[in-house]
Ligand binder design. Structure first.
Ligand SMILES: C[S@@+](CC[C@H](N)C(=O)[O-])C[C@H]1O[C@@H](n2cnc3c(N)ncnc32)[C@H](O)[C@@H]1O
Length: 343
């Protein structure tokens, strides 16, 4: 390329068009492109256009763009899914994450239109604030379904990774605080047959978890308990593991420290608390996906933001937990966990 004295603007343009990459992926998912190529790989543009009922021009642009985004591979005239699309964007695969993409597309994307207001006014701009803060009981069915579809993909991934990486052999009963649809508890109990679990949730969420537990065939192993971990004076006893998966990021430090104190108060000696989150690095400068989810917390919550592994480690130590350990991993719903034990 000839020297022009012009600074390289490509990184800026790529960042500025980040929304385009996302919307292209979401549209391709909705059109069924990845599903089609997962079921019948190595098709030509013409064949794909016929299947998806697209005219030649949009089919051409979409397929080439998906190749540039590394969602598709092109070999000669034939297209197939890349590893990312095959693993995460194909229904029926264990790590299928289409629900999360749809959630970001239908809910988060419009909400980010108001990010400037959230920044200037230090308040959430989503319509769903009351639900997230646990006060709302009647919800629009489609919105709920979308939220839980996304959550299932995220917390299932966390449960699978925690099952592999955390030594739970000596533990027996898990209280999954704000366990949502129960996906995390389901994976933990599948991976550790000696474990049983309780999904502790707001009353209107318990039936969501109960349905999923039933569908997983784990009704005798996992139950639900309705409660409010902030308003209730204490947490239920009889558990030796407290799981906080994507809970603390919704609240401020004071509330989080209080919840950790409540955990310590009911855990036995040797009991374990697991904080699983999209953790920031100790300098709180990244990684970008954790920072962007922190921005999302500004839009969605009154007090939340993502915290660093060092912040959680410090809160656990201050609360009285010992043997604090940070484990890092890659999962859709978290990039690490901070563990603490009761002395
Ligand atoms: C971001 S979701 C995390 C769900 C799940 N733990 C996961 O990892 O996917 C937060 C959950 O906390 C629940 N929650 C919020 N406030 C709560 C409260 N005061 N008591 C109990 N659960 C609460 C919400 O209903 C929601 O399911």
């Amino acid at each position: 390329m000839p020297e022009t004295g012009e600074p390289d603007s490509a990184p800026l343009l790529r960042l500025a068009l980040g929304f385009g990459g996302f919307k292209t992926m979401a549209a391709a998912l909705d059109l069924g492109l990845f599903q089609l190529l997962a079921e019948r790989p190595d098709q030509t543009r013409e064949e794909i256009a016929v299947e998806l009922e697209l005219a030649e021009r949009p089919a051409d642009v979409l397929l080439s763009t998906c190749v540039s985004l590394e969602l598709l591979l092109k070999n000669g005239e034939l297209y197939r899914c890349s590893d990312i699309a095959a693993e995460f964007l194909t229904a029926g695969k264990p790590r299928y994450s289409g629900g999360l993409i749809r959630f970001f597309d239908r809910r988060s994307y419009p909400e980010w239109q108001h990010v400037g207001t959230a920044l200037r006014e230090n308040r959430p701009t989503t319509m769903d604030t009351e639900h997230r803060n646990g006060r709302r009981t009647v919800e629009d069915e489609q919105r709920i379904a979308l939220f839980w579809e996304a959550m299932r993909a995220m917390s299932g991934s966390v449960g699978r990774v925690l099952t592999e990486l955390v030594d739970l052999a000596e533990h027996h009963k898990v209280l999954d605080l704000g366990g949502g649809s129960g996906s995390c508890a389901i994976e933990l109990c599948r991976g550790h047959p000696q474990l049983s679990a309780t999904v502790f949730e707001l009353p209107h969420i318990c039936p969501v978890a109960a349905n999923q537990i039933r569908a997983a065939g784990l009704t005798g192993t996992i139950d639900t308990l309705s409660g409010d971990f902030h308003a209730d004076p204490g947490l239920p006893t009889g558990y030796d593991v407290m799981l906080l998966s994507n809970i603390l990021h919704d609240w401020d430090e004071g509330r989080d420290r209080e919840l950790l104190r409540k955990c310590l108060a009911v855990l036995p000696s040797g009991g374990l608390v697991i904080i699983s989150e999209m953790l920031l690095n100790p300098e709180r400068t990244g990684p970008p996906e954790a920072m962007l989810l922190s921005m999302q917390r500004l839009i969605e919550t009154e007090q939340g933001r993502n915290y660093s592994e060092s912040e959680y480690a410090e809160w656990l130590a201050d609360t009285g937990f010992t043997d604090i350990e940070v484990i890092r991993f890659t999962a859709l719903g978290a990039n690490g966990a901070v563990l603490g034990r009761v002395p």
